[in-house]
Design a protein around this ligand. Sequence first.
Ligand code: ZN
Length: 180
Amino acid sequence: MPVTYTKVEKITDAAAVKLAYKPTHPGLFEVAYAEGDYNSKLVAARPYAKGEILCKVEGITAGPKKYTSVQVGKDDHIELNSDLVFMNHSCNPTVSLDTDTMTVVAVVDLKEGDNLTFFYPSSEWEMDQPFPCWCGAEQCVKNVQGAKFLSKETMSRYFLTKHIQTLLEEREAAASAAQV
Ligand SMILES: [Zn+2]
């Protein structure tokens, strides 16, 4: 399928952007555009119960690791090519992006308008563009760089994709081998 999705992130006229906006998943979720750089977010367009699947992740394409890509295997990255690319990071996420089943799943009960966020290190081992986190969660990891930089204990609080579980196990095995 042709890839025509463009992420608009530097916004000077939110009203104009909203007017031209066509949601990729109407009725399920939509982008809440905000002026400034990287201030937009993805919000629920209807309520979801904890554990409910918001959508299947379709229309993806393989590509290099970038700030917009999602890691789906030890060396594999994809582009989402939909409004899902606006899902921001939170250390207290509202959804999980399950790259094994290619679904987005609610991890809490969601109301219409709730911010859809996921924990980026649940899929990313070493991120292309690390950033300081200001999510305000009690368990905030402060520096979002990828799972490689977080302890097993911290990672155990979150939904984890299979490739991240494998990479964490390999890291632990290498660390204990180095101690002998
Ligand atoms: Zn945080």
